[in-house]
Design a protein around this ligand. Structure first.
Ligand SMILES: Cc1cc2nc3c(=O)[nH]c(=O)nc-3n(C[C@H](O)[C@H](O)[C@H](O)COP(=O)(O)OP(=O)(O)OC[C@H]3O[C@@H](n4cnc5c(N)ncnc54)[C@H](O)[C@@H]3O)c2cc1C
Length: 458
């Protein structure tokens, strides 16, 4: 490690390598429940060339490399399970190109959500990207590569579906481009070539280090509004979502169920965020949303809730701050959620299982679901807040998360950005041929087994 340390200083300069205990302490954990794992070294590259040199050095010494963006994934998949180097991408944060006409941006992987949002507001005010509700320091790379979702997901699907192509350093140090940018100066789409971008999405940093991404942008319309549909009959919610999303006019659709304040208990809400160029278009859209669920309003089993302006403002902000406020409700900064990707027809059953688990485990919870695409599926989130300084509280949350992951799999969903125990549960259910193929691809890409080892292993 002494030699690796010295060589890393040669590559990036002494300011960007650390083995100081207080820094290693910070890089050994995330805000979730998983136990810390201490890295040997932390390095912050400033260019693709530096990333290549670092990965080649790690390969020569067979030292693990764990790519890190904002470190906010919560499920502990950026903890260096087998020690080695944490490769923090935050210095690689430039917006390289914005193509206004073809609506895409090319960014370095460590560009944060907040940076791209601010850049577009200032230099390209007619365009926006889809923003997750994570704190703004979360990176574009970290989010796209885990199949994140955000405030334009009803329009454009998972953030990985908004990816047009990428540049990556393979575990051998070779540089590769995928998507249209591999054969053209334009980063316009993943079609029509074989889709190699998939080799880096959902792999938890086990197949390479992504250095650049091309992502889709969307119109930033001047007017926006939100509607909240409320019902106390959970079984109608999937059809409500189906009908609202079928209008193809929502930017974001969220189902929410809150245990607090007490009067909210039992009510299910669906928020519909939409935007328009003119007042006439906004009114037309509102009327069509109402029309789509008229049947339930006529039957008096649901309806739209009047919203005061300050509440509307909160629903319209991106990222929405309510989840971040909930994240610290128990104080002590502990927060984690199971995001289960599942079809919308499982919403009522997922809600029921969730309430049972929370009551059995006695944990503070919040839950809801973000609709992906036109109701093609949802990311159902079961969120738990806990005090990290209170061991018992951490254990309670951990047990609830494990129960929840198992329940999601039993129902027919798949845990998203899964913690280590949940990865193993998924592998048990996975088609053995698919798992064999994953392993063969990994052996091919990473013959030295240096990339984020320990993840996606049986
Ligand atoms: C309050 C709160 C709300 C949230 N809301 C949302 C939400 O609405 N939608 C959502 O999608 N998420 C949400 N999240 C979860 C998470 O914070 C985000 O998904 C975040 O964008 C992850 O990005 P990151 O940069 O922190 O990734 P990291 O945690 O740094 O990394 C995630 C994974 O990607 C890998 N990785 C990172 N960078 C690279 C790279 N350059 N090359 C290869 N692999 C890489 C890492 O090894 C790791 O496996 C929320 C989190 C919090 C705390």
């Amino acid at each position: 490690m002494e030699e690796v340390y010295r060589d890393l200083i040669e590559i990036v300069g002494a300011d960007y390598v650390s083995r100081e205990p207080e820094e290693l302490f910070m890089y050994s954990r995330d805000p979730g429940t998983m136990a810390p794992c201490r890295p040997d070294l932390v390095v912050l590259p400033g260019s693709t060339e530096e990333v290549r040199e670092i990965v080649k050095l790690a390969g020569r010494h067979r030292v693990p490399v764990v790519p890190l963006g904002g470190g906010l994934v919560l499920s502990g998949i950026t903890r260096p399970l087998k020690g080695g180097i944490v490769l923090d991408m935050k210095r690689m944060n430039r917006v390289l190109e914005v193509n206004e006409l073809s609506r895409y941006a090319v960014v370095e992987a460590g560009t944060s959500q907040g940076m791209l949002q601010a850049h577009l507001k200032k230099h390209h005010p007619g365009l926006k990207h889809s923003i997750p509700d994570a704190p703004p320091i979360a990176t574009i790379g970290g989010n796209v590569l885990i199949h994140g979702s955000g405030h334009l997901s009803a329009e454009g699907g998972f953030h990985s579906e908004m990816l047009n192509g990428l540049e990556a350093v393979l575990p051998t140090g070779e540089l590769v481009r995928t998507g249209s940018c591999s054969a053209s100066p334009y980063w316009f789409s993943r079609a029509p070539l074989p889709d190699l971008s998939g080799l880096f999405i959902g792999w938890h940093g086990t197949t390479g280090v992504v250095t650049k991404l091309g992502i889709k942008l969307y119109p930033d319309r001047p007017l926006s509004d939100v509607l909240i549909f409320v019902t106390d009959e959970p079984e109608i919610v999937p059809e409500v979502i189906h009908r609202l999303s079928g209008t193809q006019m929502a930017e974001d659709l969220l189902a929410m169920m809150a245990p607090k304040p007490p009067w909210m208990r039992g009510f299910q809400m669906v928020s519909v965020n939409y935007a328009a160029e003119t007042k006439r278009e906004l009114t037309l859209k509102r009327d069509l949303f109402r029309e789509s669920v008229k049947k339930f309003i006529d039957q008096k089993i649901g309806g739209f809730m009047p919203l005061p302006d300050d509440m509307k403002g909160r629903f319209l902000e991106a990222p929405q701050s309510s989840l971040a406020v909930f994240a610290d409700v128990n104080k002590g900064g502990g927060f984690e959620y199971v995001g289960a990707i599942m079809p919308i027809e499982l919403l009522a059953a997922a809600y029921q299982r969730r309430v049972e688990i929370a009551e059995r485990r006695g944990v503070t919870y919040s839950l809801g679901a973000r609709v992906i695409g036109l109701g093609h599926c949802m990311m159902f989130f079961y969120a738990y807040a806990f005090n990290r300084a209170d061991e018992e509280d951490v254990k309670r949350a951990q047990a609830a998360l494990e129960d929840t992951n198992r329940a999601a799999l039993e129902l027919g969903g798949i845990p998203w950005k899964a913690e280590l125990p949940a990865q193993k549960e998924i592998i048990k259910k996975l088609d053995p041929a698919a798992f064999r193929l994953m392993n063969r691809l990994r052996e091919l890409l990473d013959p030295q087994k240096i990339m984020n080892p320990g993840n996606w292993e049986a």
